[in-house]
Design a protein around this ligand. Sequence first.
Ligand SMILES: C[S@@+](CC[C@H](N)C(=O)[O-])C[C@H]1O[C@@H](n2cnc3c(N)ncnc32)[C@H](O)[C@@H]1O
Length: 315
Amino acid sequence: MTCSDCASDDLQPQFGADGSFSLYSGRFGEGFHGSIGALQEARLKFVEPAQLERFSPGHTLLVVDVAFGLGTNSAALLEVAAAMGLAVVIHGLELEPAPLGAALAAESFRRQWQPSTLTMLEQLLSGGQWRSAGHAASLHWGDARQRLGPLLDGLHLAGRCDLVLLDAFSPQRCPELWSLEFLSQLARLLRPDGRLLTYCSAAAVRRSLQLAGLRLASIAPLIAGPGAVPGRARPITWSLGTAASPSDLPEHGPLRALSPMELEHLTTRAAEPYRDPDGRQPADVIQATRRLAQAASPAASTSAWRRRWGLKHSA
Ligand SMILES: C[S@@+](CC[C@H](N)C(=O)[O-])C[C@H]1O[C@@H](n2cnc3c(N)ncnc32)[C@H](O)[C@@H]1O
């Protein structure tokens, strides 16, 4: 791969509140990370909800990172897991090398990582593979909808993964990676105690994960006031995301059961799944199909649910 493969006018650097490096995508009309910052998001929404203390030192974590992007989630996970004596095998799914190339060209991004982590990211960009001290990673470039099948059936990852990290752009911008069909395929990757983790708490995504046979937990928002963890921000939302597993999830640490408000959300029209039966539908078709299904749905109105629970913004 050459540097010209990585260049993209579409991508603009941006920095979150924690000062870490991120990008804005003109093509998708969205930032790669939220305002709290890429590193903080990786820690709060992916690494901590993974609860790596569940695993004994020496265990090899098998991870699929969907929408690998700059690699922030995988890199953050690798550094924490390695410090705990865990080995990590990562399979990344990513549309194009441009985001990782743009990140690696920025000194502020490179400074975020330990030397071995940086080597992993560089080798993934240049050759799609990395292997070191019991860890391994590979990047599978292209539309994740087409690249997932070979992971499941070619590499025989079905039922073997400890973690699936799902960090696609929002369902409004990238519905193709949140469809019932794609989420059901991701669910097939998980071991019985494996976890799919995502920043997304949209009802359509949670309902689809349930329909795929997974149990749900909410990633708890940050709590201020008595009992707060020092240094943590005030809550900015009712949930930081979703954990899903074939088995019941524990209700401790960053995970908690869905609240009555969140459960009721799943009975509204917002829970109408995104559908992509052949895994090749464009975003506008997936959105239009869902709008038609919502219009015909007997489910309760989402705006009434929002008013009842005093929510200002759409969820
Ligand atoms: C929110 S960013 C991911 C950020 C990333 N997880 C990180 O930690 O830096 C979403 C990523 O999804 C990728 N993407 C968009 N559509 C995709 C598709 N159909 N298949 C695979 N990747 C896709 C984009 O190129 C972008 O890198």
